[in-house]
Design a protein around this ligand. Sequence first.
Ligand code: HEC
Length: 403
Amino acid sequence: MDAYINEWVNLFIRWFHLIAGIAWIGSSFFFMWLDSHLEQPSSSKKDVEGELWMVHSGGFYQVEKKLIESKNMPKVLHWFKWEATLTWISGFCLLVVVYYLRDGVYLIDPSISDISVQSATILGLATLFVSWVLYDLLWVSYLSKYKAICNFICTLYVVGLCYGLSQYLSGRAAFIHIGAMFGTLMVANVWMRILPAQREMIAATKEDRTPDYSLGKKAKQRSIHNNYMTFPVLFIMLSNHFPSTYGHSLSWVTLLGIMLAGAGVRHFMNVRNQFSGLVLVSSIVIFLGMFFMTAPLPSKKDNVVVSELAKQGYHHVSSKGCFTCHSVDGAKTIGPTFKGIWGRVEELTNGEKFIVDANYIRESIEYPKKKFVKGYPPVMPVYKGQFTDSELEAIVEYFKSLK
Ligand code: HEC
């Protein structure tokens, strides 16, 4: 697809995806909040489990949580299922448009693996669907009685998958596929486990049968899984703006760390006790760990004596936020890596080839719109007037040290 058309298609699907996602996650947060704020009903209302009053935009609302009986079956019952479905469909389209239809620009990274775009696409798609089958089989199996064992198996699976994908796909694509995998589990949980259970409960009530309460319990379990997946998934959806996370050489560790910490924060919000306090503290420690782990350090290659000038150069580059788009360890993020930049043969979008020298580096920083390196989007900000001559000299010196 033409890159320009692709960009507009991307824009509209992404916009749609965000709106659907807000509606889905928003309604799910709202119901969680409702459940945890219900008050005891006045004694006159027998079938009411809890109630609460709210005010919003000048209107007053009273909500009652009821046990359903055949005599009080409502004529119209609102379900919240399309938000999840539309989020998944738009997310899947986005995956296709951004990752599968762009000659692998974002999907693969030749510095990581020489997998073909087709194989990477199959690997990505398989991740989504095979994971659901395995996850669902586990949680309907006999083993599902032992929650701790199942949770442990799922954790191992996710660790393995994060590591495995990061060996074949680009860091960014590995992240997004883990997010899309969780999104798929969440939507499949809604459609294949939660909604059928609710339907069965309603049908039983209508026919005056005793509903199979175990179905409700199992649906609740899937709902809890979905709840813990929300924060990790939302992080992953934002992660493509943060190359220091997916561009790190151990990107699978950053991914696992941030997901774990996100789920920990979610746990703290769900359950308030001493143990959840500990979980919150651990999450903060993990976030700090990831913060330090991804810090861009000057190259520490042995036998390279980093001069004082190069160190200053590092500080100028670091303080201007260049590392949000450029890595120093060879990872391809938004811009070309700084590793080995000095003397590298670079090709421009117009096909011209040349060797990177001091003039080119200075020009790239002050007038990035003059020349564009092939294979990268033209998004480098203009830094004219932000560095003095001697600062630019220090940056060049720093780049020379990144062998
Ligand atoms: C928003 C992302 C972004 C930021 C921030 C950014 N760059 Fe870039 N940079 C790019 C992209 C994308 C390219 C490649 C496309 C181009 O040539 O414009 C690039 C190209 C370069 C190049 C040429 C690299 C090569 O291999 O030929 C240099 C040098 C460079 N940037 C230095 C810097 C410095 C120094 C800073 C901070 C002062 C910085 N960049 C900040 C995105 C960024």
